[in-house]
Design a protein around this ligand. Structure first.
Ligand SMILES: [Zn+2]
Ligand SMILES: [Zn+2]
Ligand SMILES: [Zn+2]
Ligand SMILES: [Zn+2]
Length: 485
C-alpha cells in the first residue's frame, strides 16, 4: 500500500477523505455527518517548538510552571520527567548538536531554526526506525505540503537560504541538502500553526501535516484548538457528509480587504470563500464601512460613511451629512499620537498611566469611528486587560460587556472568542457578587466553549465547576434565612 493509500485508510476510519480541487489543491472532505462539538481530527505535531515571546516553556507540552533546564545544552526546558522522557529520543540528538555550538551561534537559535532542526532530527529517527512511522505521522506528509517557492520574493529567498545554512551548521550532516531546507522554511511559513492555550494566547509553533490539508474559509465550519501540543479540529456547525472541512487561518474579524490582504501576505492565496465572494456587493461595502470606517457627524445617527465621489470627505449613507476630510485626518492623527503614547506606557508596565491614555484613545475613537468599529473594540479589549492587571474589576467588567455586542456581530456562532469573552464577564461578575449575571454569562460561555473546546480538558472542567458553584450560591441566596441585605 502506498503512503497516500495508508493515509486515506486512516482518515476513512474518522469519516474523512482527501480529494483534490484544481484551484485549492488538496481538500479534506467528510464521508459522514458531523455535528457541532464533534472532533473531526486530532494530531500531535511532526515538529514543534515554544516561541520566545511567551517566556520559557516546556519543549513538549508548553507548560510554564515547574520548569527544569536541560543541564547539558542549557536550551531545552521540561516541566516534568514525563515530558522529558517523551522527548528524549529527539532531544538526545538535538542536545548533542546544540552543546557544540558557540555562544554566538546559540544566540541565533530562533524558534524557526530550532523547529527546522527538530524536523530533520525527527525524520532521521523515523528513517532509522528508532521511532515509529504511521500513516498520519511520516515525513512523506511533510513532502506533500505546498511551499509556494515560485511566489516568494528574492529577499525572502535569501533569508531562507541563510537560515538553511544555520540549520546545516547545527546539524553538521555532510549530505544535507541546503535547498531542501530553504524550501522547508517556505513550507513552514504557509503550513505551520500557532499553538495557543485554551484562552487563545500563543505559546509556540507546530507543524501538523494532516491538519495542514484543511483549507481556509473566513466563515469556517470547524475550529482548530490545542490541548497542550495536540491539535484538535472540532465542527462548529452541522457538517453533512460530502462537505469540505474548513478552518480559519487568520483573525476573521475584519473587512474583506483586510482579510484578503492577511491571507495573501502570509499564505499567498486569494480567498474565494462564501464571505469573500461578496466583495463589491452593497452588503459587503456596508459591513466594511461599519467595521473599519467612520461614524456620522451627528451623534444620534448610526449611519455608515462612504467616500464622497468629489473626495471632500465621507458621506453618511443614512442622513447624507458630509464629514470633512481634514477634520477626519485631524482626529485620526490625534488618535495615532495618543495610541503611540499609550502603548509605550503599557510596554513599560505602567498600567495606571496606560489606562488613562487608552481611555483618551477611546474617547477620540468614539468621535471618529462607528460604534461597531474594530479599532474601538481593540482599544476596549486593551483597557479590559489593563484594568484586570490593576484589579479594577468593575472597570474591567464595563469594558468586557462593551465588547460583547461587537463580538456577536463580527464573529459567527460558536466562535471561541465570544465564548471566552463571556467567560471573562462571568468571572468578573462572580468576583463582584453579581451571582445571577455570572450564571447567565458562564452559561453562555459553556454553550460555546463546549463545542469549540470539548468538555474534558482541565480548562473546561474548571469552567463547568465555576458555573456549578454560581448555581449553588444562587440557590443559597434564595433561602429565606439567608437575607443578604
Ligand atoms: Zn511538559
Ligand atoms: Zn539538552
Ligand atoms: Zn474568505
Ligand atoms: Zn448620519
Amino acid at each position: 500500500m502506498t503512503i497516500e493509500e495508508e493515509l486515506q485508510r486512516a482518515l476513512s476510519i474518522n469519516g474523512l477523505t482527501v480529494s483534490t480541487n484544481p484551484e485549492k489543491g488538496r481538500c479534506l472532505i467528510t464521508t459522514k455527518d458531523f455535528f457541532p462539538g464533534d472532533v473531526i481530527i486530532s494530531q500531535e505535531p511532526y515538529a514543534s517548538v515554544p516561541t520566545h515571546s511567551s517566556g520559557s516553556r516546556c519543549d513538549k507540552c508548553f507548560a510554564s510552571r515547574n520548569l527544569k533546564k536541560c543541564s547539558a545544552c542549557q536550551i531545552s526546558f521540561y516541566c516534568s520527567t514525563t515530558c522529558q522522557k517523551s522527548e528524549w529520543k529527539l532531544h538526545q540528538l538535538e542536545c548533542h548538536a546544540l552543546k557544540k555550538l558557540s555562544k554566538d551561534r546559540r544566540q541565533s537559535l530562533t524558534p524557526s531554526i530550532r523547529m527546522m532542526v527538530r524536523l530533520y532530527l525527527r525524520r532521521k529517527l523515523q528513517t532509522e526506525q528508532i521511532i515509529p512511522v504511521t500513516a498520519t505521522d511520516n515525513y512523506k506528509l511533510v513532502e506533500a505540503l505546498v511551499d509556494h517557492m515560485s511566489d516568494i520574493d528574492e529577499k525572502q529567498l535569501v533569508l531562507y537560504a541563510q537560515m538553511a545554512n544555520l540549520v546545516s551548521l547545527v546539524l553538521q550532516w555532510p549530505e544535507i541538502n541546503i535547498k531542501e531546507i530553504a524550501r522547508n522554511f517556505s513550507k513552514l511559513a504557509c503550513n505551520a500553526h500557532t499553538i495557543c492555550d485554551s484562552d487563545l494566547r500563543p505559546l509556540g509553533t507546530g507543524l501538523y501535516p494532516v491538519v495542514s490539508i484543511i483549507n481556509h474559509s473566513c466563515l469556517p465550519n470547524s475550529v482548530l484548538v490545542f490541548e497542550g501540543s495536540l491539535a484538535v479540529v472540532r465542527a462548529v456547525e452541522p457538517i453533512p457528509k460530502g462537505t469540505e472541512v474548513l478552518i480559519s487561518y487568520i483573525e476573521t474579524a475584519g473587512s474583506t480587504a483586510t482579510r484578503q490582504k492577511a491571507l495573501k501576505e502570509q499564505y499567498l492565496f486569494t480567498c474565494t470563500c462564501s464571505r469573500c465572494i461578496k466583495v463589491g456587493l452593497y452588503e459587503d461595502i456596508q459591513e466594511s464601512a461599519i467595521l473599519e470606517g467612520f461614524r456620522c457627524w451627528d451623534d444620534k445617527c448610526s449611519g455608515f460613511l462612504l467616500r464622497d465621489p468629489n473626495d471632500k470627505g465621507f458621506i453618511c449613507q443614512q442622513c447624507g451629512h458630509l464629514r470633512n476630510k481634514d477634520e477626519i485626518i485631524k482626529v485620526a492623527t490625534e488618535v495615532k499620537l495618543m495610541e503611540d503614547k499609550a502603548s509605550a506606557s503599557l510596554s513599560c508596565g505602567n498600567y495606571l498611566e496606560a489606562s488613562a491614555m487608552y481611555k483618551k484613545v477611546e474617547l477620540l475613537q468614539q468621535k471618529l469611528c462607528h460604534s461597531y468599529s474594530l479599532d474601538l473594540m481593540r482599544t476596549r479589549e486593551c483597557l479590559l486587560k489593563i484594568l484586570m492587571e490593576l484589579k479594577d474589576w468593575e472597570g474591567a467588567l464595563r469594558y468586557c460587556r462593551m465588547t460583547i455586542p461587537v463580538y456577536q456581530r463580527v464573529y459567527p456562532v460558536n466562535h471561541p472568542m465570544l465564548g471566552l469573552q463571556y467567560y471573562t464577564c462571568g468571572k468578573l461578575e462572580w468576583l463582584l457578587g453579581e451571582t445571577d449575571n455570572a450564571i447567565k454569562s458562564l452559561t453562555e460561555a459553556v454553550n460555546t466553549l463546549r463545542i469549540t473546546h470539548g468538555t474534558q480538558t482541565p480548562f473546561m472542567k474548571d469552567l463547568l465547576a465555576r458555573l456549578e458553584e454560581a448555581h449553588a450560591e444562587a440557590a443559597y441566596k434564595q433561602l429565606p434565612e439567608n437575607d443578604y441585605r
